[in-house]
Design a protein around this ligand. Structure first.
Ligand code: GLN
Length: 301
């Protein structure tokens, strides 16, 4: 335990010095936030203190191995989070064109814990895991459901939210009134999401139309091109809240949990993230952030 902390502290200092005297490598990113590697590097001694207090460190005796990703984050002086800012309240575009939301608050807390800046890269949902495993970012925070297939490619942190799928239908002239009615219908989903997988795998004879976002699917639903849209609970509620002509049907058979995705073999980073999630769950920050962003994303919708 002590040895791990000493190693981590030493690494932080070495990398901070390295970042200070050479220019930190620029990660490929189209983030709106400029990199501030130099500033972050000069602040990194703080990471020493906070790491020592981190609840994550308590459990970290098991792994002295230092993963490449934490080294890269410290070396670059920034944590690059990959997301898809079309999933309110977890991530949506803020008024200044930078993604905000529950996941961005969690990502910011992780960056603070490590002692680096946060940089956000927005991309399509189904590009997130390929981008993570090819090193285009350090973590994925995107309301991503833990599932067995994704676990083949990436590791997940502890979970921080429960979710399920919802069916969105028009108030007038709906052809779907229950989960069973989905069979044989034209159903809109967001490409590569668990809603997409669920409908494609479980709904008999469904004509599945894949969209870049649930909102685009909802527009086609309003235009009569779809019978229903299947998407996660809070994004579905967000859409229904700003569209009086749409209503929700519960899909009780689904049960999902969200977590942060990390490239495999980065136990040290996973432990830091789990410590942050435990802290933010315990002190009510995630619940507060969710309530704030449910409201804020409705106003901006
Ligand atoms: N929770 C769903 C999934 O993991 C949808 C996530 C999203 O669209 N951001 O597939």
């Amino acid at each position: 335990m002590k040895r791990m902390l000493a190693l981590l502290a030493g690494l932080v200092l070495i990398l901070a010095m390295a970042a200070g005297c050479s220019s930190a490598p620029e990660a490929a990113s189209d983030s709106a936030e400029p990199s501030q590697a130099a500033d972050a590097a000069s602040e990194t001694p703080a990471a020493e203190d906070s790491a020592a207090e981190s609840p994550a460190s308590e459990e970290s005796a098991a792994s002295d191995a230092q993963g490449e990703v934490l080294k890269r984050i410290i070396g670059n002086g920034k944590l690059i989070v990959l997301t898809n800012a079309q999933f309110p309240p977890y991530e949506y575009m803020g008024s200044d064109g930078t993604p905000v939301g529950v996941d961005m608050d969690i990502a910011q807390a992780i960056a603070d814990q490590i002692g680096v800046e946060l940089e956000i890269t927005d991309m399509e949902f189904d590009s997130l895991i390929p981008a993570l495993v090819s090193g285009k970012g350090d973590i994925v925070a995107a309301g991503m459901t833990v599932d067995e297939e994704r676990k083949q490619a990436v590791d997940f942190s502890d979970t921080y939210a429960d979710a399920k799928q919802m069916i969105i239908v028009p108030v007038e002239g709906a052809t779907v009134a229950s989960e069973e009615d989905l069979a044989g219908k034209t159903i809109g989903v967001q490409l590569g999401t668990t809603g997409d997988l669920y409908v494609s795998d479980n709904v008999e004879g469904a004509d599945v139309k894949q969209y870049k976002s649930a909102l685009e699917a909802a527009l086609d639903l309003k235009n009569g091109r779809l019978d229903a849209v299947v998407i996660d609970l809070l994004p579905a509620e967000n859409i229904a809240a700003s569209n009086e002509d749409l209503v929700l049907i519960d899909m009780a058979s689904t049960d999902e949990q969200y977590a942060i995705a990390i490239e495999k073999n980065n136990e040290d980073l996973v432990e830091i993230i789990n410590g942050v999630i435990a802290q933010l769950t315990e002190d009510g920050t995630i619940a507060d952030s969710t309530a704030v962003h449910v409201e804020a994303s409705r106003v901006s919708a």
